[in-house]
Every structure is written in structure tokens, then in C-alpha cells.
Design a protein around this ligand. Sequence first.
Ligand code: S3P
Length: 451
Amino acid sequence: MPRQGSRRIRAVVRGVASPFNGVLKPPGDKSISHRALIFASLCEGVSKLSGLSFGQDVVATYNVLSKLGVNVSRDSVDHTLLTVHGEGPWSYKEPSDILEVENSGTLLRLMTGVLSGTNGHFVLTGDSSIVKRPMLRVVAPLREMGARIDGRQDGALAPISIRGSRLKGTKLDTKVPSAQVKSALLLAGLFAEGSTHVRERVRTRSHTEEFLAYLDIDHRSENQGGGREVVVHGLTSAPKPFNLSIPADPSQAAFFIGGALIAPGSEVTFKNLYLGEGRDAYLSVLRRMGANLDESRHVSDVFSSGDLKVSYSNLVATEIHQGEVPALIDEVPILATVACFAEGKTVFHGIEELRTKESDRVVTTTEMLRRFGARVESDDSTLTVYGDTTFSPKPCNVQSHGDHRIAMCAAIMATRVNGDTEIEDFNCVETSYNNFLGDLTRLWHGETFIA
Ligand code: S3P
């Protein structure tokens, strides 16, 4: 799958006082899409995936698997349909080239886990943001399992070089609450001799555990207080292939949910959103703020999903506690954007993990909101927004810092501006949402263009 254009573009959003109306099915869930591809490549036989995200992050997973010799083919008309001809967990070929994860931290961390126990030498690297993202959180516990991994600063930073080796099952505690770290260790555990125990103090999103259950892979997952322990055993045979329809991404819906909540007269229905544990916590925060959210859940035995109707709401401020953060980590920037329109002081506590994302999101969220005239304060681990229901953001020029979520938050804020907002490096939204501007214009009826 060829890389999409990497030229830098500036988007202009011309604010008009119009509501958000209509129905939206956002792109397939990104976390589930990555895992669906990786797990399908470990199965023996043909898996069919539909509703996949085709943002650049997931395309990178597709490309990495292809370089490892996995036969993956995409429907030439509907890019969300994919067929994976898996040849089992021991079938990856040593690639003749480096593996490019581009902007995807999830891909980098998950494949570091998988490749640690796979025969061959592999080098993983990515763009200018990926080479700054912390890797020791994954590399150190993998080394305890016997992995041979190197990288810049003794394995703390990509490029990461892996010499696949025999791993041994180990008892591990994750040092930071991170689904990427937990998933990397569990995936490595599938290639290890014996049992791998992964314990997290705060529960993080559970898609890897969902796939283990869905594919009948022997494992145990147990909630312990606010945390969880998951135990996996080295695979002795290939899992069976599967056909999966991937639900829509709640983290992508979050931008338009935010837009509808702050624009008087809005009403938008979101179809088939993933609503499982670990991803819907931001909806609870919005409910606390007084958001009108009407949810109807579908019955499903795999990935919980449902429809959600959202309408304009008079919002009030709230406090987001440290323990809530892992389950809404990707939604902090849009919650902060919405909080500018909520009466009172909204405080996000314990958000230091936000500093390790595609950009330092404590800094870039603060800077972006201030450009619009919002009153925001932040330090190492706290973000405070002083909101006002009559807040009227001002026209400005905003840097996305190449971070898709910052760019999309800026576009939503820009819909409430009386005038033009310029958003730099807007093409980074393709990381996760190819047709973001198209969906924005369709739901909001305002004017957007590329300058
Ligand atoms: C993800 C986990 C989260 C999230 C990322 C996707 C995943 O990262 O920020 O966008 O798919 O496991 P951490 O759990 O490492 O914070």
C-alpha cells in the first residue's frame, strides 16, 4: 500500500455560527485495526477484516506485515476491506529492509513485542516524532524475558534493532499505565516458553485481551482492585483465522461529539462506535459536565459497540482524576477544548503520560487553546481550563506540531470562531482520519479549504 503524500498543508476553517447535524460512522477503530492485522498474521488460514481504519498508522501496519512476508491484500474499491493469508506465528521472514512504523507508537511497541521472539534481525524506526518516544518501558521488561534488543541510548529510543531469540515466560509489572506496553509484553508472551504474567496497577484499554478471548488463545485475565493481571502461555499451535467487522473509533467520534456539544442547535448520531471498557471513560466525564448523550448499545459477544446521539448542551466544569486518565488518554485534548465552553474550572490531574504522545500534548494542547484566547494553565502533570459558556474564540493561526489530535481539536474550536482559523501541517490528520475535513463540512455545513 503506497504511502500517502507527506507534503505539508495548511487548512483554513471559516467559522460560521451553524450547528452540527446528521449521522456519522467514523473510521474503524485504530487500536482494534492494528491488532486485527497483527493477530490475523499469526493465524493459519485466511482472515477477512472489514471496517478497518485506513489512516496512515494502520496502513503502516499493513506495510510492515507485507515486508515480513505476510500476504495481505486490500480490496481495490473499499479500502476498509482486507484479506490476510496468515501462515502461523513462526512464518515471518527476515526483511531485507528496515521496517517503517511512520508515526505509529502502537505499531512500534506491539511489533517490538512480537518480533522479540521471532527468528531474524529486524530494525524498526519511524518519523521525527517516533524517534523521540520512550521505548525502555517496553525494551526493559522484554529484556527480562530474554529479548535481544538494541537502540539509541541503550534501547531507550528508536531506531530499535531486534535479534529474535528464545523468550522465557516471566512475571512482569508494567511501570507506566500503558496498553501499548501491556500488549507488547503479552504478544511476546505468545512466543515465550512457559507463562508470562503481566500486571498493571491501573487498568488500560483491553483490546489485546479481547483478541486473546475472541481467538480462544489460552490466557487468564483478572481484575485486581483498579488494576489487572493477564497471564498468557507460549503458543503451541496457530490460532484459527477469523472474519471480523471492526466497530467505529470512539476517539475519532470524540472530535465531532465535542463540536456538537458546543454548537447551539446541534444534534448528531454516531453509528456503531466501539464502547468497551477503557475507551468510553470520556463519555462519563462529558455526562458529569451535563452533556446530552443518548446511548443505545448493541448486543455483541466480542467488541461492545453502540450508537450515540449527541446534542448541544449547557456544560459545567469538572475534575478528571489521575485514575481516570489511562481510559481517556487520547481524548484529553478534545475534552480540554470542550471545557473552554463549560462554566467554571476544569482540572485534569495526573496527565504526565500525555507528554509522551505524538507531541507533548500538555504543551501543545495548552498552546493551541491559548491561541484561540482561552484561559489555560498547565504544569508537568496538570492542565486547568477556565471555561465560560459565552466563550468566543478568536481567529488565529495554530500549529498542529504534526499531531493529528491537536489539528482536529483546532478545527473543532475553529467552527466557533467568527472569522478564519489557519491550521498548519494539517495533513497529519491522515494518521488516523483520512476524510476528516469532508466529514466536518458535511456535518457542520461551514466552509473549509486548503491554503
Ligand atoms: C493505544 C494505547 C494508548 C493510546 C494509543 C493507542 C493502543 O497508548 O494513546 O493511541 O492501541 O494500545 P498508551 O496506552 O501507551 O498510553
